[in-house]
Ligand binder design. Structure first.
Ligand code: PEP
Ligand code: MG
Length: 883
């Protein structure tokens, strides 16, 4: 089996179709080389080698040595330099590259191949001693950090001390001799820290780096990243070994990162940063503040240092031509790394650029309009989950702002929360339900878990392509980066901004759209849903088959859902209407009543309340179906606990407190989720469902009279296991309808159906469909009961289950297609066999999950129902499922 694939110099063993084998970076380097773009020659060790490496106990097969030697020979032939040659050494970069970009892994080692001898050769051939020694110290520093795993702080400190001793502020002020001295210092540090000298054999260096790349695949950071992003551990990473080109060979050299369009707002304009006389990591690390790519961007920002367009017009023109070529070739916005070595442009990477939801929308809609992609492709390009970023509130422009400083608008959206200065504390406080803003000098992959837990991220250093910015955009977290006025004292947990202090726990607000950092919490407003969002939603609505409804039980939620395009209410949980302070006492009175008479007394108080609830909802949802589920309370959620609550209920019911407490004791359940809930309550106390049915019909008639447009109530019976339960409950509803219609002399259309949320109901769906006019799959309970996993307790262990691949995803988030899914398709089939065209929907949390929606499409359900803010996500996901 072959593991090494070459590229460059007219050879391309792979191409962009080989991402699984070569990783994204390797596949695209090969692709760029094959379409004639300037790519330094190199080769990729495939992901299959990574898998084999782990299978064989972290060792390389002998055959790989020969393949790597051939790969090096390929580079040597094209560059005319030899690896390890003391007079004219070939230097290489070693970079990891998985199928998808993974910031949790080892990224890059540059200048590999330098040692005490080759550095002299480099000095001679480049005619630049300073450059050679600077490169060597960079190499030792990077290699010690990412390959040897030594403490990088010590190296940075040594550099700082060297600058201080000489009275320098910039790295560029150090001379060749200064770098030489520092190299000696660095080598001493290596010897001290690892008890062995820095490796001088260039082949040892290379194999060390290759091993480190493979090793980084199983690092904790990489594992966390994979878990957060659903990346299978079996994929492995590739290793790319490529001839070095130098952006740090003087003022005609430069390095940069760029996007072919603005990844933040989506504008069709080149976007990026570069640094003259620098190496790649300088741009990302935020050590020097990068310069703009285009003149327009520089002028808009009011910045002084010349843009690349102005400073290097020829290289810039060549780069711009490459941008256009790449966009046309890949038909997508590209994220690019490049280096200019003494005036000559080299491409080091291209990939589809990460973008904010806003940019994703705009770019998809624009590219469809430009004819670069079709409308269907535009629909498929936008990640439905990412729309979440757009649907949440932004800062109210009229709200008062106490602006502390302004940084770069690195990832849009606004967030408020308590300032926290380290990732672990951020995670802890978020777990306690607090909103936090993670405030760091700069972030690194070690901060990922804290960034994920935070509502927003603020950094003092780093540009628009810094780690913080890229990761925050990927996660959809608002981020302000490079707020230079911010200085952080991590020990004291204090940030100083423009003469003011922010301590841990102090409230901060950041606006990732403008870059503003504010003290306190700032009011927010609802998002704008027109424009590109509206356009894409229209396109999605044209292609989707599934209808989208909302889970909502307040008029406000119903209105939000309608504004987001909901085509009805798929689940109105009536027990949620009973939690309100002014009625909980009556509800408790009803539950604790000893007999029907006592219950009816309480129900009498609840009837007008329920009726007005339904009126309000029917008014908002005029003309659309509303599925009202009759009471399904896990009783323990309603029982009184405190003395005062018992006293209140006792007064309302006219009984003494002790009687009530005894009754509460009788009602105690060991397993309330499998206890006296759902239709079991209706079977034992039919007067409860009778009251609810009455409230629904009276409200429907009222609204029909008032507005002329009758709502279509779909009355739903919960937790049914048998046909008989449904028959009994349907009889209660029909009887109530009959008497209300007689009293009022008018009728409305209605349906009676059931939830399918128990395995027995799914299996017996054929006969249940004889009684029920519709099914709605309650996949929360169906998952709980099919897997035998308590939905309230699953959090404690499901994480390990997902980590160990027992379930691919949390089955309460994304439907367990093999198990729960089989019950659903079976129930759908059996239900349809009895009642052809029976209306089928889903109303569990899965109704807003794109993967579950794809499953619903595959079994041909009629609609999905999701929480209001997920309605647009469901619309887009339903369209993608239909494509
Ligand atoms: C369900 O079980 O999926 C459902 C929608 O009902 P609830 O979450 O209210 O139990
Ligand atoms: Mg349920």
């Amino acid at each position: 089996e072959r593991y090494v694939y070459r590229f460059g110099g007219g050879v391309s063993d792979g191409g962009s179709g080989d991402k699984n084998l070569l990783g994204g970076k390797g596949a695209n380097l090969a692709e760029m080389a094959s379409i004639g773009l300037p790519v330094p020659p190199g080769f990729t060790i495939s992901t299959a080698m990574c898998t084999r490496y782990y299978e064989e106990g972290e060792a390389f097969p002998d055959s790989l040595r020969q393949e790597v030697a051939d790969g090096l020979a390929h580079i040597e032939a094209i560059t005319g330099k030899k690896f390890g040659d003391a007079s004219d050494p070939l230097l290489v970069s070693v970079r990891s590259g998985a199928r998808v970009s993974m910031p949790g892994m080892m990224d890059t080692v540059l200048n590999l191949g330098l040692n005490d001898e080759t550095v002299e050769g480099l000095a001679k051939t480049s005619n630049d001693e300073r450059f050679a020694w600077d490169s060597y110290r960079r190499f030792i520093q990077m290699y010690s950090d990412v390959v040897l795993g030594l403490d990088h702080g010590a190296f940075e400190e040594a550099l700082e001390v060297a600058k201080e001793d000489n009275g320098f502020t910039l790295d560029t002020e150090l001379s060749a001799d200064d770098w030489k001295a520092l190299v000696a210092e660095f080598k001493k540090l290596v010897q001290e820290q690892q008890g062995a000298p820095f490796p001088q054999d260039v082949h040892d260096q290379l194999w060390g780096a290759v091993g480190a790349v493979f090793g980084s695949w199983q690092s904790d950071r990489a594992k966390v990243y994979r878990r957060l992003n659903d990346i299978p551990g079996g994929w492995g990473t590739a290793v790319n070994i490529q001839a070095m080109v130098f952006g740090n060979m003087g003022d005609t050299s430069a390095t940069g990162v760029a996007f072919t369009r603005d990844p933040s707002a989506g504008h069709n304009a080149y976007y990026g940063e570069f640094l003259i006389n620098a190496q790649g990591e300088d741009v990302v690390a935020g050590i020097r503040t990068p310069q703009y790519l285009t003149k327009t961007a520089r002028e808009e920002a009011g910045a002084k240092p010349l843009s690349m367009e102005e400073a290097m017009p020829e290289a810039y023109a060549e780069l711009a031509a490459v941008f256009d070529r790449l966009e046309r070739h890949y038909r997508d916005m590209q994220d690019i790394e490049f280096t200019v070595q003494q005036g000559k442009l080299w491409m080091l990477q291209t990939r589809s650029g990460k973008r904010t939801a806003k940019a994703a929308l705009k770019i998809a809609v624009d590219m469809a309009a430009e004819g670069l992609i079709t409308r269907d492709e535009a629909i498929a390009r936008v990640d439905p989950q990412a729309l979440d970023q757009l649907l949440h509130p932004t800062l109210d422009p009229n709200a008062k702002r106490d602006v502390l400083t302004k940084g770069l608008p690195a990832s849009p959206g606004a967030a408020s929360g308590a300032a926290v200065f380290d990732a672990d504390t951020a995670e802890k406080m978020a777990a306690d339900g607090k909103s936090v803003i993670l405030v760091r000098t700069e972030t690194s992959p070690e901060d990922i878990h804290g960034m994920h837990a935070a509502k927003g991220i603020l950094t003092a250093r780093g540009g628009m392509t810094s780690h913080a910015a890229v990761v925050a955009r990927g996660m959809g977290r608002p981020c302000v980066s490079g707020a230079g006025a911010l200085s952080i004292d991590n020990k004291a947990k204090i940030a100083r901004i423009s003469g003011r202090e922010v301590r841990e726990g102090d409230l901060l607000t950041i606006d990732g759209t403008t870059g503003e950092v504010m003290a306190g919490e700032v009011a927010t407003i609802q998002p704008e849903l027109a424009g590109d969002f509206g356009t894409l939603m229209e396109w999605a609505d044209e292609v989707r088959r599934l209808k989208v409804r909302a889970n909502a039980e307040t008029p406000l939620d119903c209105q939000t859902a309608r504004d987001f395009g909901a085509e009805g209410v798929g689940l109105c949980r009536t027990e949620h209407m009973f939690f309100e302070a002014d009625r909980i006492t009556a509800v408790r009175q009803m539950i604790l009543a000893e007999d029907e008479k006592g219950r009816r007394a309480a129900l009498e108080k609840l009837l007008p309340e329920q009726r007005s609830d339904f009126q309000a909802i029917f008014e908002v949802m005029a003309g659309l179906p509303v599925t009202v589920r009759l009471l399904d309370p896990p009783l323990h959620e309603f029982l009184p606990h405190e003395e005062a609550e018992f006293a209140e209920v006792a007064t309302a019911a006219g009984v003494d407190v002790d009687t009530l407490k005894r009754r509460a004791g009788e009602l105690h359940e060991f397993n309330p989720m499998l206890g006296h809930r759902g239709c079991r309550l209706g079977v034992t106390y039919p007067e409860i469902y009778e009251m609810q049915a009455r409230a629904i019909f009276e409200a429907a008639l009222d609204v029909a009279e008032k507005s002329g447009e009758a709502p279509i109530p779909e009355i739903m019976i919960p937790l049914v296991a048998t046909k008989r339960e449904l028959e009994l409950m349907k009889a209660v509803v029909d009887r109530t309808a009959k008497s209300v219609f007689e009293e009022r002399g008018k009728t409305v259309e209605y349906l009676v159906g059931t939830m399918i949320e128990l395995p027995r109901a799914a299996l017996r769906a054929g006969e249940i469909a004889e009684a029920g006019e519709f099914f709605s799959f309650g996949t929360n309970d169906l998952t709980q009961t099919t897997l035998g996993v308590s939905r309230d307790d699953a959090g404690r262990f499901l994480g390990s289950y997902v980590e160990q691949g027992i379930y691919a995803k949390d089955p309460f988030v994304s439907i367990d297609v093999d198990g729960v899914g089989e019950l659903i398709s079976l129930a759908a089939e059996r239900g349809r066999a009895t009642r052809s065209g029976i209306k089928l929907g889903i109303c569990g949390e899965h109704g807003g999950d794109p993967a579950s929606i794809a499953f619903c499409e595959s079994v041909g359900l009629d609609y999905v129902s999701a929480s209001p803010y997920r309605v647009p996500i469901a619309r887009l996901a339903a369209a993608q499922a239909a494509l």
